[in-house]
Design a protein around this ligand. Sequence first.
Ligand SMILES: CC(C)(COP(=O)(O)OP(=O)(O)OC[C@H]1O[C@@H](n2cnc3c(N)ncnc32)[C@H](O)[C@@H]1OP(=O)(O)O)[C@@H](O)C(=O)NCCC(=O)NCCS
Length: 436
Amino acid sequence: MSSLKTKFAAKAVPVAAEVKTLFKEYGSTVIGQVTIESVIDGMKGLPSLLTLTSKLDPQEGIRFRGYSIPELQEKLPKLGPDDEPLPEGLFYLMLLDELPTLADVMEIGKEWKDRAAIPDYVYKVIDAMPMDSAPMADLSAGILALATESKFLQAYNSGIGKKDYWDSTYEDVMTLIAQLPVIAAYIYRKHYFKGNVIPADPKLDWSANLAHMMGYDSPEIYKLFRMYLTIHADHEGGNVSAHAVHLVASALSNPYYSYAAGMLGLAGPLHGYANQEVVAWILDILKEMGTENPTKQQIHDFCEKTIGAGRVIPGYGHAVLRKTDPRFEAQCEFASKYCKGDNFIQVVNDLYEIVPPILGSLGKVKNPWPNVDAYSGSLLRHYGINEAPYYTVLFAVSRALGVLASLLWDRALGLQIERPSSFTLEWFQEKAGIKK
Ligand SMILES: CC(C)(COP(=O)(O)OP(=O)(O)OC[C@H]1O[C@@H](n2cnc3c(N)ncnc32)[C@H](O)[C@@H]1OP(=O)(O)O)[C@@H](O)C(=O)NCCC(=O)NCCS
């Protein structure tokens, strides 16, 4: 057994006992209030999920096992003093609730390298997708094809008992994370480089290898990928992608099915697709104004026009956050260090000044501040990755770390199938006293 798996097994036993105690002895404790608004407004704010890996505070932003992004940048192992943390370390932290050493992180990196082989038929499935299919559709097709390899599926079909579900889930989780950069890069090369595939470099880490297999090699872009794949990894359990993974997995669907389901949620415009839309929308600004350097007034007018057309400004607003997303700030800091003089990034920075007052003046937008998607595409463009329809695939690779760590915990804790109750309109109207 790898030391990560051994450590997880040891960690999971007492935590599972704590959860059992909560359920058995404190199950009737009231923890919140369900209102008609909370149901119709997408259950926002309803305390209804148990997620160990991270917690989103509306004012402070995300904390992974208690650590903010700046704290992670200081405390997680890096390959050099001026580098970004390795996402392998964040995965370790989310799984074990302990900061890893560099040796722990290197061991995970090695395990992922050892598990990264992809069966040939998976490539054939991806190749069979039409060239105009969305890269996210190719990704989910590839993941579903991989599901035939699921160790959980095999173990379940062989009749293992509930207490052992976590063991084969661990195998699937580790293998899927290992395989994702290979599949993601394959899709990129298929769509934009005539299928001219670049093999992995065994000397590189998980993030740098993704950049390398996509065709981008420089110390700076490796650094960007390490940051990108760290900051997008998790956003507690209630966001569409994380919740969908948890929900589907609660039916004991295997990790491949569960992850694919979640990523199809990530592909929606109100979620991870926004990272593509931000870039497409800024390109519309530049096109309409006929310049690479629009004035603040021109940007302002375009924002008003977007709102006037009944559309949202992509990259702004959030269902939980009520301040600038710290993931936006981390990317902004990266850009100010490495991407000076980039016109496109200047527009992103100008928007940060211009959009919040406009959204604030509407009187209905709960959070006028930028989210993670407002920045990420512009950084990728800076390094020549201009293919916006692909961006959500990169988000999906990162998101695997959080949602699959959580899925593994779901199995270890023996969490039950999710099955909330639904009611008819008349039932709600009766509760509201409108109808008898
Ligand atoms: C993220 C998002 C889906 C959150 O939705 P939400 O929790 O319902 O947001 P709110 O409660 O603030 O929405 C209240 C109103 O403000 C509007 N609003 C919210 N964000 C807006 C934005 N960026 N631009 C214009 N209007 C916005 C909503 O559409 C809604 O309008 P309506 O009442 O006419 O339907 C929303 O802010 C959005 O669509 N943002 C743009 C897409 C995006 O960046 N998504 C990535 C999120 S990480």
